[in-house]
Design a protein around this ligand. Sequence first.
Ligand code: MRU
Length: 353
Amino acid sequence: MTQLDILSKLPPAIQWHDDSLTLLDQTRLPLETVFEVQETPEQVWQSILQLKVRGAPAIGVAAAYGLCVAVQPFIGASIADFLDGLNDQAAYLNSSRPTAVNLGWALRRMQSVASQSDFNDSRDLYARLVEEAKAIHAEDIELCEGMARHGAPLIKPGMGVLTHCNAGSLATTGLGTATAPMYLAHANGVSFKVYADETRPLLQGARLTAWELAQGGIDVTLITDNMAAHMMATGQIDLVITGTDRVAANGDVANKIGTMGVAILADYFNIPFYVACPSSTIDFETPDGSGIPIEEREADEVSCFGSARVATQDTQVRNPAFDVTPNKLVAGLITEKGIINAPYDVNLKKMFV
Ligand code: MRU
C-alpha cells in the first residue's frame, strides 16, 4: 500500500531489535524526537503511565514487548519459576493504565501462549514469547490497513473531517485507526480538510495529530476543543472520525475525554460520528459502557498548561482521562473487517465472535 510512504515520514512509536525495546517519547513531540531504550519493567510501566507510549493499540504492542523485557531475568530459570515471573510481571504491567483494553488483551494473549507451550527450557519459551509479541505487532499494522480500506470511502472530495485526540500512526504501529482512512483517501487523491481538536489537558491533538497529519501531507487545521460546535454550526465539518480505547459489547465507546461532547454536537448538527475500532479494542466481557474503568489522572495536568501553572496548587481538580459515548450516537464502527452499524450488540458478535 502507498501508505508505507507516509509511515517512512514518521518516527516509529515502538521498535524491537536484538531483544531490546525502544519507545518514542511522545511527551516530547513535536519539538523533539527522542527514543528511549526500555531496560526494566518499571521503566516500561512508567512509560505507559506517563504517556511516552500511548494510544490503545500502541499500548498493547508495547506491553507485549515490555513483558519480554520483564521476563529476561528469568531466562535460564525452571519453567515453573519462569511462568510465575511472567504472570507477576503481566499483572504489574497491566496496572499501568486502566482504560485501554488492548493492554490487558495483549498481556493475556502472551500469558496464554506461555501456559499452552510445552517447552522444557525457559530459553525456548522466551523465544516463543518474542515471536508472539512480533505477531501482535505485525497484526496491528494489518488492522490499521483494514480500517483504512473500509473507512476511506467515507471521505469524499471537499469534506471537512473532525478528529479528537490522537488516534494516529503514533497511537499504533501502522497507519493509525481514525487516521488510517484519512491517509488512504489522501493517497487516493481525494482532497479534504482535517480539523484536529487540540484535546485538553495533554494536547495530543495539537502536539501529535496536527503534526503527524501534516508530516503525511494532509491538509490539517488545529482548533481548540471549544471551537468544534462553531465549526459544525458554520458547515465546516461533514464527518467525524475518532479512535477508541475500549468498545463495550453493546457498542458504547470509551475514548479520550471530550469525545462524548463531540458526538453529542455531531448528533445535534446531523453530522455522522464514526469510530475507528480494531477488533483488539472490542471488549465482549464488558456488556456496556458503565463497566468501563475510567482513568483519573494527576491534578497538575489540568491546573497547568504544559509546564506553566494556570490554577493555584490548592485548586480542587478533576481529571478523568476518558469518557463513554453512548452507542446511539455512533453512526458506525470502522473495523478491519468492515463498517459495523447498530444494533451493535448483535452486529459486533456477528462479525467477531
Ligand atoms: O491518553 P491517550 O493519549 O492514550 O488517549 C488516546 C486516545 O484516546 C485515542 O483516541 C485512542 O487510544 C485510540 S488510539 C488509536
